[in-house]
Structure formats: structure tokens, C-alpha cells
Design a protein around this ligand. Sequence first.
Ligand SMILES: Cc1cc2nc3c(=O)[nH]c(=O)nc-3n(C[C@H](O)[C@H](O)[C@H](O)COP(=O)(O)O)c2cc1C
Length: 485
Amino acid sequence: MSEKFFNYKSVNDIRKNVKELGLDIAFEEKLEEMFKPVKIGNRTIGNALGIHPMEGCDGTLDGKPGELTFRRWRRFGEGGAKLIWGEATAVVPEALANPRQLLMNEKNLPEFERLLKETRSAHRRIYESDGDLLVGLQLTHSGRYSYRRPLIVYHHAQADSVTYVDKSRGITVSKHYPVLTDDELDRLQDAFLLAARRACKLGFDFIDIKQCHTYLLNELLGARIRSGKYGGSFENRTRFVKEVLSRIRDELGNKVMVASRFNAFDGVPFRKDPVTGKGTPIPFETPYPYSFGVDQQSPLNEDLAEPLKLVRLLREHGVVMVNVSMGSPYYNMHYGRPFERTPDDGYYPPEPPLVGVERHFRITGAIQQAFPDLVVVGTGYSWLRQFLLNAGEANIRRKRVTIVATGRGAIAYPDYAKDARETGAMKSSKVCLAISYCTNLMRSKNNELGQYPTGCVPRDEVYTPIYKEVLGKKAKEPEPHAEVH
Ligand SMILES: Cc1cc2nc3c(=O)[nH]c(=O)nc-3n(C[C@H](O)[C@H](O)[C@H](O)COP(=O)(O)O)c2cc1C
């Protein structure tokens, strides 16, 4: 099954399709507001354009940035977007999502320092000053998706059924699989604090306490059926993040700004329908007791009451900027990153990608409108290709977002902000095609390092031979691996 969704030659073509689908997405032809400075905490950045955290699975086996990591960050530095949201960096080794994810520890500090320096000097080389550039780092614990073994905080019936303890043998998380204890979670708070201290010492402008994409802190937000001090009530489910933020503020004060990328809507797990190939929800019962931001009576829809409460609480605990995301890259990837073509082990989109884009805009808009003076970073733009900034400009003008950022779009086209500034538009020859090659590389594990690096295959020639090698091996394999990011 392969349908072409992106069939637009002009902004008017998309407008027409938006209308046909009954969606609310506006486009502005003239890019203006996005080039104005934005105040974030005690700093001001030069434009309202950003780059989302995009890991390249290209660190060394001891968690240091590798050559391709340095290259990616330099390209982001040269790109002209003034908010660079550095990628997932594990706070302890057992929290790594893959063997080549970055790991924050004492030994790796010099390389992290070099990464930050090179990113900033790449920016200075082109734009003279980097005083209006903000570079942050995302601190993460992969929880259920830690590659050594799943570390879960509660049993989620549908998610458990697609969480592998041993992928090669198809063994999933059973109901007897242990759940992290309160003591273990207490100790993980210390790990986040230590990583924050290190990132601050290195000079990152902000740190992100990651609560998205169904990793550990995101899972905690939905741990209604967990007992003990980290489960049940909203108060308990947010205990971890509240305590970590308080401890960071007590110790680091204003030395580093604190941000959080969080899921405003987890959705329910999907799987591929064996007949149609389409993504279809794994059967569930209502009231749905799991996950965050879902309507418990009708969990395919969002209920933003708790996400809004969370944002209020994050602000009270010193968070100056939120990055709104959704879904799980493992079991409902169409929510987080609307795509044109499915990753090899994914599914055919259960809805037009434009519907997914609108969900991002709607939910992010609701959060921005509830907190008009908070810096809110928006996600889900890349599928719109060269028209993403036209939508971003409209969202900024309609006060539905503060900063427009791209993820896949940025690895395809790191200097999108520079081109837009110089010519008033993005070049269609450089945009992300959303055909999931980056995800395919990410799930390719069968090299000597246990992980292939990922990047943009159609737009960045460095990844052509890597992709060819992966395809060559896959052709000889009986069964593809089953993991996505
Ligand atoms: C290869 C790849 C790496 C990613 N790495 C991260 C990451 O380190 N941290 C994170 O929060 N999201 C990560 N994401 C998700 C993106 O930041 C972003 O949310 C998603 O791609 C949707 O935005 P887009 O439409 O602009 O691509 C990654 C996605 C991909 C495809």
C-alpha cells in the first residue's frame, strides 16, 4: 500500500486540502514574525526558529560524541536557527536507548565541552556573534526502551505486549516483569541532578528534563495504576519531576535555565493490521487507566486537563520553556512525526499526515493560549516540507506557538533558517521528504557496534553508503528487526 499524500505545488494547494479535510491550519506567505528576537528566561535569542533534539546514534561505545555527532552539531550551529535543542543524553548507562547514545558522566565531559564549543564557533563563523544563540541538552532515561533491558514504572497492558525483553526471540514484558521500585526512582533523581550539574558546568544554556515519547519520566506521568509515592494521583505521578526540578533550582539557581520536552498526548499503542497494513489501535477497554493526556473514556482523543496542570506546575518549579510533543516512536509513530512513507517495521498511516500535523498545532496552541507568556516550542512541522515556515509564521501570529522548530527537517536541511532569512522561503530541493529512512537506519543494529548511525539519506550524501550497506545486509536476512525510534 503506498499512497502519495504530499501533492502540493503551492501554499494554496495545501490550503485547499486543509479545507477539504475540515482542519484548522493557516499559512502566511510573508515570513516576518519568526525573524524577531524572542526572550527566554534571562536571555534573548535572535529569531523564533529552532532545531529539535535529533540523536544520530553515532556516539562512541562509552557515550562520547563521535565524528558524525560533531558534524551534525556544527551543521546545526551554521544553520541560523537560534534555538538548538541538543539531543537525548542518558543520565546513567542503564538508561541508554541504544549503545551509541550520548552518556553524561565525568569521563565524557571534555568531549561534551568540545561539542558545545564547536557548535558555537560554527555559528560565529557565519553570523559573527553567538550571543543570541541558545544551546541546550536533553537529559533522558529511556525507561521502557532502555536497550539493555526495559525499565518500566507500571504495567501498561497494550504497551507491555509490544515491549521486548528479548527481541530476537520475540519475548515481551510479562505481567511478572519487575517494576522499578520507589527506592530505585529516588536514586534516579540523584542521577538527573548530577547530570544537570555537569551540563551546567559545561556551559549549556539550558537543560531539558525529558518527559516525552513514552520514556521513563513520560511513563511516570501516566502511572495511575502504580501504588506508592510515585503512582496514582496527579500529585504522586508528578513527584519525580517536581523533586528533581526543586533540587536543581536549590543547587544551581539561575546558573542554567531549565526546560522540558513533554508529551501532551501519549495516545494508545497501535500495530500494523495484517490485512491492510494500516496502523490500528491494539484493543483496549474503557475507562482507559493508562498514559498521559488521553481522554480516559475515549483514549483516541486528547484530554488536556492534566497536561495543562503539568505546565503550570513546571513553571512554578522554574521551567522557562516547554517543547510540546506527543506519542511514542515505538507504538504510535504517526502521532509524533507525521510521515509520508512508513518505516520498514511501521505501518501505513491510519490518517492523512495533515491530520497529525493539525493535532500537533491544536494541542500546542491550547497550551500556548493557556500560558501566553510562556515560551512554547512547537513540533510536527517537517512533513509540510518547504511550506512548514508558512504554517509556523501563521501559528506565531495566531499566538499558537512561540518558537517553530524542526526535527527531521533539520537533519535534511540544517540551514533552513538561513535560506528563509536570505530569500524569504525554504528551498524545495533541500527539504525532508518524511520517507523514514532515518528511522530505518536507527533501527539497524547489525554492525560491529550494535548500532548504525542515522541521518538524512536523501539529502546528506554521508549516509548513502551507510544505507546501501544496511540494505545489502537486509537483503540477506530472513527477518527484519522490529524497533523504531
Ligand atoms: C532520527 C531521529 C532522532 C530523534 N532524536 C530525538 C531525541 O534525541 N530527542 C527527542 O526528544 N526526540 C527525538 N526525535 C523526535 C524529533 O525530535 C521530533 O519530535 C519528530 O521527528 C517530529 O518532528 P518533525 O516533524 O520536525 O520531524 C528523533 C526523531 C528521529 C527521526
